[in-house]
Design a protein around this ligand. Sequence first.
Ligand code: MN
Length: 237
Amino acid sequence: MQRAVETVAGYVIPPPAAATVPVEDTDEVFPVCRIFCVGRNYAEHAMEMGHDPDREPPFFFTKPAGAVVPDGSTLPFPPATEELHHEIELVVALERGGADISPQDALDHVYGYTIGLDMTRRDLQAQAKKMGRPWDMAKGFDRSAPMSAIRPAAAIGHPERGAIWLRINGETRQEGDLAQQIWKVSETIAYLSTLVELQPGDLIMTGTPAGVGSVQRGDGLEGHIDGVGDLTVTYRA
Ligand code: MN
């Protein structure tokens, strides 16, 4: 029997569209390879989640590249959760890959920076932690990585300090400073590159400051990082 599937030469089914993030003030986009996320990179947030911020090396989890959604999106409230949490984060975009990158060389691998939300189904994460199960469905669900346009390091440098905050419906929920990061961007890249060979197009979400909390249907989220950008996302009522 003949199958009615539109074909693309060389593929048995049409290939998925590439995930991309716009680059600020251009018509060009940054192609996303993978999304790595650092857990607990600000002392106060580590403590609010019940951990000692001093004694733990960085750890990582991932989201699918296709979890990226652009600034200004209106999003459906995700399924399978009653406790959707916001985590505002500095995002690093890599233009060069490599393994065993030294902290001294790490920033040479950076294309630019943007501001992202590591949206989290906290109830599913709590259940996974309790049962010793993976976090994938808590962290890597559809549209779980809203991201603003990338600003090239050539234009803004490598931000190491500056306010990072998140407001919901105009009310401040998270507030911190990039200088409070336990692991600096250069150290995070270096450490991650001992675990995997980094690739051009990889994004690293570098952890969130204190103040994570629930998002309700109908909420408007507004994030900011000094010198890096602003991000606005709304959840449908
Ligand atoms: Mn996070």
